[in-house]
Design a protein. Structure first.
Length: 265
């Protein structure tokens, strides 16, 4: 069979420029010309479909070209590379599965917050780890801390922007937070200096919405649970924290939704 460049392009989903590139790289032969028309043969189609298969595995085009060359890869080498790509795909699958869980967490708590804003309940909080710069800002001034902060930011959305307050703090400070369970997946740990562990346990909980005032008065996010604690005589145990769920920017006003916790004795 003979196939026109238009038919090949439509069925294989390849642009004519991509086909020309595959010709240049030697993956397929230069099309034959008959009566002024260029056409491809069965062998070319087989190689193009095989090339798409390897591209779907993440193999670079130039590596595919080397594989298909006269002095290309052995069968053992091809299988070894497929094993490598399989392992990469398995890792990506695990990462995407974890990402689904992270997004589900944001969705569940965000929907709950929209329905029960500022309502305080009691629930078990899991162990958390948070990053807090020595300069008490989102971007550390210390270059060593900046390298740590960069790693944390790259772990979003497992890592969330947050506000934390230790019992000895005069004011809550901006930070980043992640569950200890997920921190292990990213190699993030609590070193006791800029990264610290917050033990879980029974906690007061509320989803809180606030505006831009949280930048000047970060303690605003803890007002519902602190008021509830005073009224019912709960005593704070350890660090209070609030992780940002999302920002509602409708109506020309920014409303920041925080998932807040205070463990108690």
């Amino acid at each position: 069979m003979r196939y026109s460049i238009g038919d090949v392009s439509r069925v294989l989903g390849m642009t004519t420029s991509a086909l020309h590139f595959y010709e240049k790289e030697g993956i397929i032969d230069t099309p034959k010309v008959e009566s002024g028309w260029r056409y491809y043969q069965e062998a070319d189609i087989s190689r193009l479909v095989s090339a798409k298969k390897y591209r779907a595995m993440g193999v670079p085009v130039r590596d595919i070209a080397r594989q298909f060359s006269a002095d290309g890869m052995t069968g053992e080498q091809v299988i070894a590379r497929m094993k490598e790509k399989r392992d990469e795909a398995a890792l990506a699958a695990r990462q995407y599965a974890a990402l689904v869980q992270d997004i589900d967490h944001l969705i569940a708590h965000g929907q709950e917050g929209l329905q029960h804003i500022d309502a305080v309940d009691i629930r078990r909080a899991e162990d958390m780890i948070y990053f807090r710069s020595s300069s008490a800002g989102r971007i550390p001034l210390d270059k060593g801390e900046q390298a740590v902060a960069k790693r944390w930011i790259e772990a979003a959305p497992a890592v969330s922007l947050s506000i934390c307050r230790e019992p000895t703090d005069e004011q809550a400070v901006p930070s980043m937070i992640i569950s200890a369970r997920r921190a292990a997946d990213y190699g993030l740990d609590a070193n006791g200096r800029v990264t610290r562990r917050i033990p879980g346990g029974m906690a007061l909980h509320a989803v809180v919405a606030c505006g831009e005032e949280q930048y000047d008065d970060p303690d605003v996010i803890f007002r519902p649970i602190l008021a509830f604690a005073r009224e019912h005589r709960f005593v704070q145990k350890g660090t209070m924290w609030g992780s940002m769920l999302f920002v509602d920017c409708s109506g020309g006003v920014r409303r920041h939704y925080f998932d807040t916790y205070m463990t108690f004795e």
